[in-house]
Write a protein that binds this ligand. Structure first.
Ligand code: SF4
Length: 702
């Protein structure tokens, strides 16, 4: 029977149909190349029959020869240089539980922690947060979304009252007459989403892209503003300055629906376009045209992504764009507003249900007594036993294995040895742990550093829900059984909880977990109480908030009011700060990192798919021909990029579309993050992935 489900990768969560193949048509497992399922795109409301190359080839992951099929432990316990050997689940889990107990006896509960991921289903993200706080009784949990969405989420929460990446359905993008995309490249990252932008453009819409590179999205746009990385906030404030001077702001909207504009008006006085042109590299004429279009050619929307957000001032930068959208009266109007384009598959749901250091399910805060009481009642524990917020992701990683730091770490759905900033330092810290446990289906670079590896089920082998970039809750459906010897993450967490004496509080059945999640999220900002598996099936996904089963769900937020104390959105004044690290004589260029079309995240999955690897076999350092000429570099030469923290060797790709002072490196392979700066945004604790200073040297000719 065909099974309708969703792509295992990005936040678009394209619909696909899987056709399980009868064993008779599959070859000997030792040499088999036919995947266990045949995959075709589905006519789901998001992708409407489209898929990118990653989605089309995703079935290869399911019976890939690298697939882990038994737990792995070190031959010599405690010696990570000793070879792997296969172990029974009992032996592997015994080692984990013994290490947990020893560590907590000697160093306290918080010495055991977990690092989660934005690819986990809602059920898993929810259970992981509960597991750490209830079974481990530890405060030490955070996840890789801290490196992804946290700054925009922080800005939107404080300004609009709730963070949902797109507060409107993707289809609204096609209706907008002006779309400003800041640090976003959907043409490469999520190609099926381009049908909405293309439809708008065909109907006369104008798209303006702010990016240091002339990306595929920028090439198709009406205007490309080739900005210096790290100056987006100054640009946004300059647009606000122009909007005020030219009386383009929506005074009636500001008066009726917002607070705090006077401060922002004063704060943006100094952002004269000519001055900001020198800071950003964007001409004053382009600034004027952009803000005039946003104000006059409506509906209009501003969409940001990681290029604008992954900075040591990422929260304030996102805030500056929210301020502009509010001042122009866009937010809450049809096909208008501000949105942030979520990247990871469950980047949205993954940040709603409690795997963040400071949050409980339903976007509740751990510091809020009422929230603690509500969630503790659902969990069947005393509120007083719930820990307070623990360290954020990089702060936890930075202290692994130290006094007061985590000494036993459980990692799910994350490859931090590749994806964390200053990755060489993070690898050193992972090596300093008393025990590293990794739950994964491939031996990722992080798993290869571990003491114990637990092989887990993949996307098509288990049930669960995901929440896509629009806030639409959808179902991942099981199309085939996991291989013998493999367990689901929910089974692993429930079994560990049982061995730690709290198994009666945990479930391994996704549907039962989801029903509990619904109760835990009820009346929270991300309210799932009215969403059920049956409704998701019947309605092709349900938008949160959905407080009861008679509620239709909420495709569009903020149409009447904002979920703040007074129902109004709040402006916050924000000022440009230089990036934490600026180019100088020794490191004269700005490094910015990002994605390519064929790879996903740290590449644990996509680097194992043949067609994707053929199309994108290695990382390329993109640089302007003028920069390359200065160093005697030709296209295809091997170059070394060097920052104050490390070195990476990549092949050069010359491209006149990138700024001559900027180098781009994709982060899907080990290397790029050896260079990146872990300076943290003070509000969200987002590291400065998108700007650091590097030197470039020719190593060998092509
Ligand atoms: Fe999968 Fe994203 Fe590609 Fe869609 S756009 S097929 S969800 S990777």
């Amino acid at each position: 029977m065909p099974v309708d489900t969703h792509c295992p990768y990005c936040a678009l969560q394209c619909g696909i149909t899987l056709h399980p193949q009868a064993p008779a048509v599959r070859r000997d497992p030792a040499v088999r190349r036919d995947p266990a399922v045949r995959l075709e795109p589905a006519d789901f409301p998001v992708n409407r029959g489209g898929l990118c190359a990653k989605g089309f080839t995703a079935a290869e992951l399911l019976d890939h020869p690298d697939r882990l099929r038994e737990p792995l432990v070190r031959t010599v316990p405690g010696d990570r240089s000793s070879p792997w050997r296969q172990a029974s689940w009992d032996e592997a889990l015994d080692r984990v539980v013994t290490a947990v107990r020893d560590s907590q006896r000697w160093y306290g509960n918080d010495s055991v922690g977990a690092f989660g991921g934005g690819g986990l289903t809602n059920e898993k993200a929810y259970t992981l947060g509960k597991f750490v706080r209830v079974a481990l009784r530890s405060a030490s949990i955070d996840y890789n979304g801290r490196f992804c969405m946290s700054s925009a989420a922080t800005a939107v929460n404080r300004s609009l009252g709730v963070d949902r990446g797109l507060p409107f359905p993707l289809a609204d993008v096609a209706r907008a007459r002006t779309v400003l995309l800041v640090g976003a490249n959907p043409a490469d990252v999520m190609p099926p989403s381009m049908q909405y932008l293309d439809a708008g453009r065909d109907a006369g819409a104008r798209h303006i892209v702010v990016d240091p590179r002339r990306t595929a999205t920028a090439r198709g746009a009406y205007r490309h503003l080739r900005i210096l990385p790290g100056t987006d906030l100054a640009l946004a404030n300059a647009l606000m300055h122009i909007a005020i001077r030219e009386n383009l702001i929506d005074s009636a909207y500001i008066a009726a629906r917002t607070t705090g504009f006077a401060q922002v008006r004063a704060a943006t006085n100094a952002y004269w376009p000519d001055r900001v042109e020198r800071m950003t590299g964007v001409s004053a004429a382009d600034m004027r045209e952009t803000v005039r279009l946003l104000a006059a050619e409506r509906p209009a929307m501003i969409l940001t992504a990681r290029g604008a957000e992954q900075h040591s001032n990422g929260t304030d930068t996102a805030q500056a764009w929210v301020n502009l959208a509010l001042a122009l009266g866009l937010v809450g109007r049809p096909a208008s507003g501000y949105g942030t384009i979520t990247g990871q598959g469950n980047g949205q749901g993954g940040r709603e249900h409690g795997q963040k250091a400071d949050q409980l399910p339903g976007y509740r805060m751990l510091t809020d007594p009422a929230a603690r009481a509500h969630v503790a009642a659902v969990w069947g524990v005393d509120p007083d036993e719930l820990p307070q917020p623990g360290p954020s992701a990089y702060e936890m990683l930075d202290r692994l294995g130290t006094d007061g730091g985590v000494r036993v770490l459980l990692v799910l759905a994350s490859n931090i040895a590749v994806s964390a900033p200053h990755s060489t330092h993070v690898i050193d810290r992972l090596r300093a742990l008393d025990m590293l446990v990794v739950s994964d289906f491939f031996l990722s670079e992080t798993a290869d550093l571990a003491d114990v590896v637990l092989p887990t089920a993949q996307w098509a082998e288990e049930e669960g829900t995901m929440t896509n970039l629009e806030g639409r809750v959808i179902r991942r459906r099981r199309a085939l059984d996991p291989p013998p010897g493999v367990r689901t993450d929910l089974e692993v967490l429930a079994t560990l909880a049982h061995r730690l004496g709290r198994g009666h509080l945990f479930r391994a059945d996704p549907r039962a977990v989801f029903d509990e999640l619904r109760r835990a999220s009820a009346c929270g900002k991300a309210d799932y109480a009215g969403i059920s598996y049956e409704r998701i099936d019947a309605e092709q996904g349900v938008f949160w908030p959905c407080p009861d089963e008679d509620h239709p769900g909420t495709p569009r937020l903020f149409t009447e009011t904002f979920p703040t104390a007074d129902g109004r959105a709040r402006f916050h004044r924000v000022a440009h700060r230089d990036p934490a690290e600026m180019p100088d004589a020794d490191f004269p260029y700005v490094l910015t990192t990002g994605r390519t079309m064929q790879q996903y995240q740290s590449g644990t999955q996509t680097r194992r798919v043949k067609a994707l690897t053929v199309a994108a076999p290695e990382p390329r350092a993109q640089m302007h021909p003028d920069l390359a000429r200065r160093h005697g570099i030709a296209d295809g030469d091997l170059v070394e990029l060097r920052s104050r923290r490390g070195r990476a060797t990549l092949r050069a790709r010359l491209d006149p579309g990138i700024r001559p002072d900027t180098v781009f490196a994709p982060f899907h392979w080990p290397g790029a993050n050896a260079l990146t700066d872990p300076a943290l945004d003070p509000h969200s604790r987002m590291p400065a992935f998108k700007t650091c200073a590097v030197a470039v040297t020719l190593l060998t000719r092509r």
